[in-house]
Write a new protein. Sequence first.
Lengths: 136, 376, 167, 175
Amino acid sequence: MDDAYYVDLIYLCAFGAGGLAFALGPMALVHLVAARRTRQTSNKTGQFIECGMDPIGDAWIRYSAVYYLYALVFVAFAVDVLYLIPVALVYNRQFAWRDLVETVVFVAVLSLVIVYAWKKGVFEWNRKPSSTAPPS
Amino acid sequence: MMPQTERSAADGPQETFVLNLGPQHPATHGVLRVKLTMDGEYITRAEPVPGYIHRMHEKMGENRTWAQFLPNTSRIDYLSAMTYTHAYVAAVERAARIEVPLRAEYIRVITSELNRLSSHLVWFGAFLLDLGGFTPLLYAFDDREKILDLLEGLTGSRLTYCYYRIGGVCNDVDEAFVQGTRDFVAQMRPRFGMYRDLVTDNVILRKRLEGIGPISAELCRRYGATGPVIRGAGVPYDVRKVEPYSVYGQFDFEIPVFPEGDCMARYRVRMEEMAQSLRIIEQAIDRLPAGPVMAPSVPRVLKPPPGDCCFAVEAARGRFAVRIVSDGKEIPYRVKLRTPSFSNLSLFEEASRGMLLPDALALMGSLDLVIPDIDR
Amino acid sequence: MEPQTELDCSPLVRFAALDDLLALGRANSLWPLTFGLACCAIEMMAAGASRFDLSRFGAEVFRASPRQADVMIVAGTINKKMAAAVKTLYDQMPEPKWVIAMGNCAISGGPFVFPGQYAVVEGVDKLFPVDVFVPGCPPRPEALIEGILELEKKITGRRRWPVVKPQ
Amino acid sequence: MMLSLPQLAEAFGQLLRNGATRPEGQAPEHPGSPGAANLAAPATACRLTDYALKGYHLDVTVSPGEVVSAASLLDGEGFALDAITGLDWMADGQMEVVYDYFHPRNALRVVVRTRLPRAEPVVPTISTVFPGANWHEREAHDFFGIRFLGHPDLTPLLLPEDADYHPLRKDFALS
């Protein structure tokens, strides 16, 4: 164990603490500065917002799988961007074909997801034939 | 209990859910509530629930004298207040056998058509706002403010005009109004070309409107829908032509009709109608006769003879009819207001069945609803 | 549960200078709730559109969700069927929140009040507290802008914009 | 097809004459004939009216049992429903229901009216003929308490959903 290891560890801890402060600081600040209560007339402050009406029925029901796929595609690209930022930061020292090819391969593999989903008709919102029948 | 749609066993049961669209929702243009039963993104049933701005206009008609009801008429459909006031005063004039001077009729036509233009401009801005485009609203309101300036100079109010009187109009037009209207017509003409380039020819708009929300002529007839809705379904029904009232018979104008019946057809009908309104205004201003603007013999206390009568006008949203029943007293026995938005909305439940929710909002926007016009 | 419209909602810690800063920020970026009811809503739209351009005073961000809104502009008649929904929306707005009653209907029921009326709530202040009343039937867009400036004055304690005096 | 007013009046006259066999048993006294305006208002009548004075061309009074067949007749001729409204004749102890029809292709307006006892205003629904009548009938039920037999859903439309009052009845303000 050399000193450099501990210095790195201190850096890591400081970075972690800074990150936490960024995440938790605003919450703490808001807790102190924000209004504690809300004036209300009919005790509906915590109700789900549905255009001023009381919600009808429950939201915990079976949804179409298309929503799930849609969300997955979205998450894939959100994570994609998350990884691309450090790549861009590390690779900006000098231009290297290898780095470019690596990045392109990474994005291309993810883009295949879109092509696959597209082919599968995820973005079409097609109704299954059985559900086009009028409701009973 | 929530209704469930039948599905094949392989899918497993996907449940429908009930969603309130409105009363506070930007897409319902006011306080309409639509109870949606959704199957994913698709509408299984959309049941409009009006009544959130019911303001007792018909009850108030039985509580005040014939003339005192006038301010109410401009607050039913506040976007085309002139046409609504026109229907009411004309119905009372018909019941009380009052002859309106020709100049007053011309002024009524000019102001009604200006009001129709300003109403369509609000629809244009708000409809495109529904579809996700904000900029056209700014252009439309720019043009609309010019109309409001003209009407404000004449009537004293920007929106809820109470300018027509039983027997005429309350004051004569001045030179500034006549010249201002001429200037406005000249300014407005080239704007339609701009709207076409900016909005109508836009690919995104066409994809969102063409073939969306088809309403057939038969559907319109069964629900009594009128105005741009029925004209967008290929039926040339316009009260101004079918039952010419006031002096509309004297002008040369066309009724724009598009047979497709989709949202784009209704959009085009209104855009064309604005140009036709300009034609009417131009002709009326050129031929404006001299003379008084108020009938000489309107009694101070009006007591129409017992009986009922109707008067229908073409408001910006369709056929607006007033049925008044008099029992010979100075207070109406009954004032029935037949409003176009009420009938136009009633077909929404049938027309929107099985549509995607965003398309249904385009359909609702293309009906051009004014909610107090439904609820009265 | 009883209506709680007179609650003390003040935060846990208060600093005079920070409060002033927050008030200044709030007053100059009021986010109204998109809540058009009737005729007045058109004038509210006109106030936000070209010519009157409410964004000059930072109040053009009309929010559709009450959670994101600071000020409820009650623009139009409230009837008894609607009253529950209006109260719900008021409840769902987070503090600090303000209410502008725009137009005679929201102030007192306006022209729709007569002996034996069965539908209209005679003024939104019957439901919850109102900060600024803007009279008119409907009020001009300038009047609404003046109402918003009055609200800014109420929040910060001073008026940033000059008052136009009639000549 | 251009529909002419005398033809329509004749069709209504036929309808009313056929109605003589209806259970109520009231024979129409003056079945309307084209061009002949019956100024007296019998239980059932078909009158041509002066459009310039009234705003409609044909004024038909039917018995409550006949509103559906009148609606079917007009539906077959391509008419559209304009409005349904009530009228409270408190002094006569009667309730009137007025059906306004317009024609989307011809300048023809027809008014069909019927009178009901005020104590129990019941009339069959025409929403089976014109689906647009659904809302108009609900509105008339809101305001006057007229019951439309066979209507799918008479919950208040414009009034609050729990409303039990009928504000356009003439005795409403007194209560």
